[in-house]
Design a protein around this ligand. Sequence first.
Ligand SMILES: [Mn+2]
Length: 435
Amino acid sequence: MSSGLTIKEVAKKAANLLNRHEFARIYTHYDADGISAGAVLAKALLRARKAFQISFLKGLNDFEPEGDDLIIFADMGSGYSQKISEIDSDIIILDHHKPDGEIKPKRNLVHINPHFFGIDGTYELSASGVAYLFAKELGENRDLASIAILGIIGDKQKFSGLNAEILRDGIETKCIEANRGVSLPSGKLLNSLKTSLEPFLDFYKKEEELMEFLKKTKLDGDKEVDELSEIEVQRLADAIALRLLEIGAYEGVFEQVIGSRLIVKNLLLKNPVTLVDIVNSCGRIGATATAFSILLGDEKALKEGMEITDKFKTEILEEVSRRRSEIKEGFCIRYLIMEDAPSTSSIATIFSRYLFPEKPLVVLNIKKDGKVKVSARTTEKIAKRLDLSEVMRLASAKVGGSGGGHRVAAGANILRDRMEEFLKEVDRLCCAMLA
Ligand SMILES: [Mn+2]
């Protein structure tokens, strides 16, 4: 597929393909990475004077093409080779999910995915980053680095490899600042510590522990996180590191949380962690247009987005505190079965990174229509020996469903009456890979 070209050369080819069209139909994923990718594309296409229409999808299972001449898929597409092969349009795919086979395009296809270039698509390039590389070939769009990093943060990637280059672009163009500090959402310290999902500090409904924490660190809970002095930030960082140790968080969380604090200068809010929170919360509840508008600079949408976020985070925290005792042990996995929960993926992420990191975690959410949405999560450490995208793909295929994703974070859609069989197969596959 890569035909010896570099990822930048292929991005150039994608830009050339776009330039042969006046209109692009964009489909992207409804999570923070997908929405950020969509915002990068929207800005770049506007500047290139191309018309576009954008839709946010959960996946391509029910996708029906609408006869557009050019379709751009972002944060999806690579895992649907058959479906894509059937589309009679020019196609640009900007994805980082594991490709599931060869696409045999009917017309022109430019497929950009880090996997084709020996680049780590799990940690070193997300869809927003691929969209950014494409945007850079369309024109002077380096200021979009600040939006691109939201996808990197949202997908819990690292600032190494190409991600580090994107960050550098942002710093050079002065739209991003990297300071020493700790990564926490904005707001009053007390509230931020209590309600943060990333990092999750397990203070929700634990007022006494939280008070004790503030007392020990000699910090005023009413102070704004963004206004702490350098010395206070240092004390806070040390205390948060200790807290993470105490609750048994996965060790890889530390480097993501402690040490640096990014600031974005050309978006509605300065704290990218808060922006990711808002975009993610809006996406999860289906308010994708709100999330997208916020990234394009709509103040009114921001107000709405903040309200959605408060409500969403509280729901997730409630769910986490209620469900932690319901987690079941398999041989090589842990799993949780929920019914009609607000967001499988956010809950799975918290459990697998902060509270139960020693085994892969599978969360099943039974929807009212009898379909089951599965989120599987594990740590980078375990994912060195096990590939959850393969586990989800194989186990779901066995029960007539579909699945895939990344080594550390994957998902599947199956039917309720085959759930037991599916879980058994997931456990078996995980044991086999870990053996
Ligand atoms: Mn992504």
